[in-house]
Write a protein that binds this ligand. Structure first.
Ligand code: 8YV
Length: 312
């Protein structure tokens, strides 16, 4: 029996590429010099796409594959995948939620503590030989403070759990109140920002959440407040954030995600009150291996049963 033909959009971990190659007839679209010509000539031969949250599968790609039946994405974010377009054609979408919750929540907390306590900044201070001349300035206490979570979903709930170890009070804002949790629900994001010492953004990306954290929300967070983003750059109005960090409208930020990754605005580099990570929240050996396994299992299960293991 011939192996299902899978189109790979963007690089994957070497071990996952090896495993995929052993079970499927995989072709790397990202290695084609003329993508459109390749798709026009060969699009009909593919029944699956393997991609990632970074590279996704847009409407044009889905439309170019008339026999597409399944998409498997390495990642939890679906903002780069034309989900409605795929679903309208009955195409199944597999992705990798839950397995990355711990590491993304850990990263949110690391950013929160780093931004408040100025650890990265103090590391730069020490290496620049400034310690012998003057002690590093004092910073902001974390334990016992108020933590506001925008997007109390799978990852947000783990962030809330981490907060209990720091004796923090947690409140959240979602589109709707979650009846399964006892944390206080704030009807408006502005109300949450006014209340919080730390606003952690863990909502999904995409048009519905674009620029939810606006200049007005940052002003509500205030000059002692910190914003942490491990969701998508698009959820925060980045120009407003840069301005708020420059003029002291907020105290600081911890960011793992940005507009236009990985070619982010270099203005950010000059902001000492921002901790900047290169979108690494899920990037541990353990979590990336679990994400790779699920990316493979989603495809394998689809070709065995007609259903991916974890469907979007
Ligand atoms: C991924 C992510 O590592 O899962 C997501 O949505 O943003 C990250 O965990 C990365 O984007 C994979 O492409």
């Amino acid at each position: 029996m011939s192996r299902p033909r899978i189109l790979q959009n963007g690089p994957q971990l070497p071990e996952l590429e090896k495993q995929l190659g052993e079970h499927f007839d995989v072709h790397a679209l990202h290695q084609e010099s003329d993508r459109d010509a390749f798709l026009a000539a060969n699009g009909a031969s593919f029944v699956g796409i393997v991609t990632s949250a970074r590279y996704g599968a847009n409407a044009a790609l889905i439309d170019a594959l008339p026999n597409l039946r399944v998409i498997s994405s390495f990642g939890v974010g679906l903002d780069t995948i034309a989900v409605d377009r795929a679903k309208a054609r009955g195409i199944q979408i597999g992705y990798t939620p839950d397995v990355l919750n711990d590491c993304v929540a850990d990263t949110a907390f690391a950013l929160l503590i780093d931004a408040a306590r100025r650890f990265s900044e103090s590391d730069r201070y020490l290496r620049a030989g400034k310690w012998a001349k003057a002690p590093f300035p004092v910073s902001t206490k974390v334990s016992g403070k108020r933590l506001g979570i925008l997007g109390l979903g799978r990852i947000g709930k783990v962030v809330a759990k981490r907060a209990s170890g720091f004796d923090m009070e947690v409140r959240y804002h979602n589109r709707r109140k979650d009846p399964t949790v006892s944390y206080t629900y704030m009807e408006t994001l502005k109300g949450l920002a006014e209340w919080a010492d730390f606003l952690v953004v863990v909502s999904a990306g995409g048009p519905e959440t674009r620029h939810l954290v606006s200049a007005e929300i940052l002003a509500a967070l205030g000059p002692k407040g910190f914003v942490i983003n491990v969701a998508r750059g698009s959820v925060i109005d980045q120009d407003a954030l840069i301005k708020a960090l420059q003029d002291g409208t907020i105290a600081g930020a911890g960011l793992d995600v940005y507009d236009n990754e990985p070619n982010i605005s270099e203005v950010l580099f000059g902001l000492d009150n921002a901790v900047l990570l290169p979108h690494l929240a899920s990037g541990t050996h353990e979590t990336r291996a679990a994400m790779a396994a699920l990316t493979f299992d989603n495809l394998a299960e689809f070709f065995r049963t007609g259903h991916v293991k974890v469907a979007a």
